[in-house]
Design a protein around this ligand. Structure first.
Ligand code: F6P
Length: 235
């Protein structure tokens, strides 16, 4: 794992953008994308740049179950706001939160990933070291599935909702089996509340109790941190 530590999330946005730029220069065409507060500065730098994704495909990690794409809490809405409206892709995929048959939706999404192997996957990390919505205890082999969110994730995500009861309890998530097939991965983490998860991801044992720890076994990972998130690393 290549670890980059910047002073703050703003500076990290520039580094994150650089990773995208280099991938584009090397011919990457399929980008796995993430939502949440973490990737926002990377998206801001991408928007400011002349990077062109009009010939590229994006595949997002996750979407809440039961939420319509035009709901302002949906991940589809987030992606439109923070990236797609300013940097359109030829084709952008997210799970359909309103799919009538969740099992069929996971099959559909796995086929999309199989048809479009991911060149660069962007990840955030949860306070409990989840990636996507692969919560602690999730099998490393799993592909797209419906995940039950942990209380810790529901609580963390409640900052975006009016009431904690409004936070969906389930989400479609790309599985770790699929994430690990990406050619390159960039995982970003900012703020002191991520420091424990970051230390376990990089320096702890590889265990399904710490979903992000599997990234130690991927051959091409960039870890982008601010000083606060890096504070519990031993070196
Ligand atoms: O960037 P945030 O808002 O801290 O969220 C961290 C992670 O949590 C998720 O949004 C899922 O809860 C991930 O997709 C994201 O990477």
């Amino acid at each position: 794992m290549k670890v980059i530590v910047t002073k703050n999330q703003q500076e990290a946005g520039v580094e994150g953008y650089q990773v995208f730029k280099e991938a584009v220069e090397k011919g990457a065409k399929v980008f796995g994308l993430a939502t949440g507060s973490t990737p926002i500065t990377t998206y801001e730098e991408i928007i400011k740049s002349d990077l062109d994704f009009s010939d590229c495909t994006s595949i997002n990690l996750d979407e809440y179950v039961g939420i319509s794409p035009d709901n302002d809490q949906s991940y589809q809405y987030f992606m439109n706001e923070h990236l797609f409206s300013k940097k359109p892709f030829k084709q952008s995929y997210l799970p359909n939160g309103l799919a009538e048959d969740p099992e069929a939706e996971t099959v559909r999404y796995n086929q999309i990933i199989a048809d479009n192997p991911i060149d660069l996957q962007l990840l955030g990390i949860g306070r409990n070291a989840h990636i996507g919505f692969n919560e602690p205890g999730t099998s490393f082999e799993l592909e797209t599935h419906v995940a039950d969110l942990t209380d810790s994730t529901i609580e963390a995500n409640s900052r975006f909702f009016e009431h904690v009861e409004d936070v969906p309890k389930q989400a479609y998530s790309m599985g770790i089996g699929s994430i690990m097939k990406s050619k390159q991965i960039i995982i970003e983490a900012f703020g002191a509340e991520k420091a424990d998860a970051v230390a376990k991801m990089i320096e702890g044992p590889v265990t399904e109790d710490v979903p992000a720890s599997i990234l130690q076994q991927h051959p091409n990972v960039v870890v982008l941190l601010d000083e606060a998130a890096a504070a519990k690393l031993s070196k």
